[in-house]
Ligand binder design. Structure first.
Ligand code: ADP
Length: 337
């Protein structure tokens, strides 16, 4: 359609020029003037034609580059088709497309990462559920055997009880985890005395500590009154303390030290346990991560993950140092009340 219009315009302009020349010739009867005007008209028509050709080629080139640019966006390649240093419309366009490509790339990576995390989470959960569910099924069937002795029956019932406990602990931990992560539960910070919270956590592990003759001491000079969610913080400190008991052998010592500075409060929980190997230190806060030293110990690898979530939701952070003589977990919280 556009091509036809182009041709019609060409024919019209050439016809108008010829008619104009004839008109001038009839009017002036001067061959010389008609010749000069005719020559000039031919020159103008040829120049216009050449200009049109050059412009067409230039536009075609631009459209090819624009189309390549779109393909690069689709393929998420950060390629340049127009000079970026020139202050032209195309260089601005080029800059924006590179920006768009990098945004798309990042988004894509995020989606990919999330997808992998979800897959990993599902496989971790399935793995955690497998053993207790298999035990429930297997020992449930064993119990139906009427010829079982009383001792065997008791033993199998105990295994079933333990598997149920493990399942409910797992489900409870996952509910907490998802509530914290999704923000369904928002922390309700109030002004609290930190030593009181630590004492509650100590009481919760005292029975297990006593069973291994582990002594727990709390070293705190002054009252530290700061703002935090009491229940969640109890849980966070309890998880570290429970590990300190779990990964210590009999007659160990756990020392808790609270220090208050102008900007933050530091809680050190030091144990005399097995310690954590250096290359494992960055991994222990991961979801479902269990260390090499955890093979003979109860747990699902969620405690430290939850603690770190809780502490970071309070704008704090947690750090760990460890040797083969024990570990120190340090919790840092903002000193605000
Ligand atoms: P769980 O104790 O259920 O395995 P956690 O998330 O609480 O899971 O801890 C992750 C891992 O970190 C543990 O499996 C263990 O290897 C290591 N760990 C944590 N606390 C200590 C500690 N106080 N001493 C030695 N190892 C520890």
């Amino acid at each position: 359609m556009k091509l036809k219009l182009d041709k019609i315009l060409d024919v019209i302009s050439i016809s108008v020029t010829i008619i104009f020349n004839i008109y001038i010739y009839i009017l002036t009867r001067s061959q010389r003037l008609s010749f000069i005007i005719g020559l000039f008209s031919i020159f103008m028509i040829v120049s216009l034609y050449i200009y049109k050709m050059i412009y067409k080629r230039y536009s075609k080139n631009i459209f090819i580059k624009l189309s390549d640019m779109l393909s690069a966006i689709i393929d998420m390649k950060e390629e340049t088709f127009f000079s970026m240093i020139e202050d032209s419309l195309f260089s601005k366009l080029q800059y924006q497309t590179i920006k768009l490509t990098s945004i798309l790339k990042n988004k894509n990576n995020e989606i990919e990462k999330e997808r992998n995390e979800i897959q990993q989470l599902i496989s971790d959960i399935a793995h955690q559920l497998k053993t207790p569910l298999t035990n429930l099924q297997m020992y449930g069937e064993f119990l139906q055997d009427e010829s079982l002795s009383k001792e065997e029956r008791n033993e199998f019932s105990k295994i079933i009880g333990n598997s149920l406990n493990r399942l409910s602990f797992l489900v409870e931990s996952m509910i907490k985890m998802s509530r914290l992560e999704s923000g369904v539960i928002s922390l309700k910070p109030t002004v609290n005395e930190l030593n009181d919270t630590i004492l509650v956590a100590i009481n919760q592990v005292q029975r297990k500590a006593k069973a291994k003759n582990i002594e727990i001491t709390l070293e705190a000079t002054n009252k530290v009154v700061i703002n935090y969610d009491k229940n969640w913080m109890e849980e966070g400190i309890f998880n570290i303390l429970e590990n300190a008991v779990k990964y210590s052998s009999e007659n160990g010592i756990i020392n808790i030290k609270v220090q208050s500075y102008e900007m933050f409060v530091r809680i050190d929980i030091k144990d005399s346990g097995t310690g954590i190997e250096e290359e494992e230190l960055p991994k222990i806060f991961g979801r479902f991560y269990r260390g090499r030293n955890a093979a003979d110990t109860e747990g699902i690898g969620i405690g430290l993950y939850l603690t770190r979530e809780i502490v970071s939701k309070h704008d704090g952070y947690i750090k760990v140092e460890s040797t083969n003589k024990g570990s120190i977990f340090s919790v840092f919280l903002p000193n605000k009340n």
